[in-house]
Design a protein around this ligand. Structure first.
Ligand code: ACO
Length: 330
């Protein structure tokens, strides 16, 4: 079974309510129909009911029994406005502004998750990553003990000899442009948790990547990664984690043994932490395009699960992301 098939099977076992702020977007309507019909999640579509029903009908999507909520017209808007105001008033948000935000499907959906009216949220088929992330960061915030929200990319290879049965976790490829050493440490710890919960990797082995292995080069950028490894060791002493190390030292046993002999991670890493977003984002796209790996993004570190889609996503991608979100909520 592929990792995505396993995630679908897990989602089916314990159905969770997933809200879609872009509920009138055609791919989302179709994905909601699949989720409902295949009993993978209980979708809630936000938007104009007339528009959503017309889109479903014209495209033969069966959305019978799926809840549709129009944020502009919902009685819950007042409850969400008041809660949003309480959360954001210290940041200068007035009650009037909170009311305006609560009518926005993105904020309405986030408030549903925050107040427990939905278990998770999926968006981004229309919104940019930043516009999707900001409300989640402002309102849902991080899990206790975790300093930053970040992302893991589940990279699945046809060659089952790579990583953990063909799976590697890459982080952070989506959120933090320039993490500090402490933030990198938290990204490493969150990624190990994602490897366990979503990747089925019982023993994550985390490598903090650099252009240097164990002091082979001296530079402020290398020092940052070394500091991150030290902080992560303090925060999670039982986690198999090492760095700084180069990509080949992390993955190739002979190179790992030569450059970082005795490391619990070198040569057999299955979680790769990139030093910044440029490296992470470029790294995952190179792997996807040149090695043909399947790449699935997951947000981690949020107190409640929300996930972002690529604007070029397919119906299948939305279904997958909803299943991931549901599993995170279990
Ligand atoms: N973790 C937790 N909280 C955060 C984080 C984080 N990583 N980043 C920002 N915040 C909080 C801030 O503390 C702030 O909270 P506050 O309002 O309560 O004080 C709130 O979020 C908003 O912060 P801003 O600084 O105003 O937000 P910013 O404009 O920096 O946006 C964002 C944050 C959206 C994550 C930004 O860093 C970003 O755009 N990242 C890159 C996204 C991107 O383009 N990715 C690549 C493409 S995706 C792909 O290729 C698959």
């Amino acid at each position: 079974m592929s990792i995505l098939e396993e995630i679908r099977a897990k989602a089916h076992k314990q159905i969770k309510t997933i809200v879609f702020p872009e509920g009138d977007e055609l791919r989302t309507v179709k994905a909601a129909a699949v989720l409902k019909t295949e009993a993978l999640a209980e979708p809630v579509l936000l938007g104009d009911p007339e528009k959503i029903n017309a889109a479903a009908e014209e495209n033969g999507a069966d959305i019978a029994g799926i809840r549709i909520i129009d944020p502009a017209d919902s009685p819950d808007r007042i409850r969400y406005r008041d809660a949003l105001y309480e959360i954001r008033k210290q940041k200068g948000v007035s009650l009037e502004e909170a009311g305006r935000l609560a009518a926005d499907p993105m904020y309405f959906g986030i408030m549903m998750v925050q107040l427990g009216d939905a278990d998770g949220l999926v968006s981004g088929a229309v919104h940019s990553t930043g516009d999707m992330l900001r409300p989640a960061l402002q309102i849902i915030k991080t899990k206790p003990g975790i300093k930053v929200v970040s992302s893991s990319m589940l990279m699945e290879f046809q060659d089952r000899g790579i990583g953990h049965d063909g799976l590697l976790i890459y982080a952070d490829c989506v959120v933090n442009p320039c993490p500090t050493a402490e933030e990198l440490a938290h990204i490493a710890i969150s990624s190990a948790e994602t490897a366990r919960t979503l990747g089925g990797i019982e023993e994550p082995r985390v490598a903090l990547l650099s252009f240097s292995t164990k002091g082979s080069a001296k530079h402020a950028l290398v020092t940052k990664v070394q500091e991150a490894a030290a902080i992560a060791h303090t925060l999670a002493p039982d986690l198999a984690l090492d760095g700084e190390m180069q990509f080949d030292a992390a993955l190739v046993p002979a190179v790992g043994a030569q450059k970082a002999g005795g490391s619990p991670v070198a040569g057999c890493a299955n979680v790769l932490i990139f030093p910044d977003l440029q490296a992470g984002n470029i790294g995952y796209k190179i792997t996807q395009r040149l090695a043909g790996a399947e790449a699935v993004a997951v947000l981690q570190g949020l107190a409640k699960p929300c996930n972002d889609l690529s604007r070029g996503c397919s119906v299948e991608d939305i279904v997958t992301t909803a299943c991931i979100t549901a599993v995170q909520a279990q």
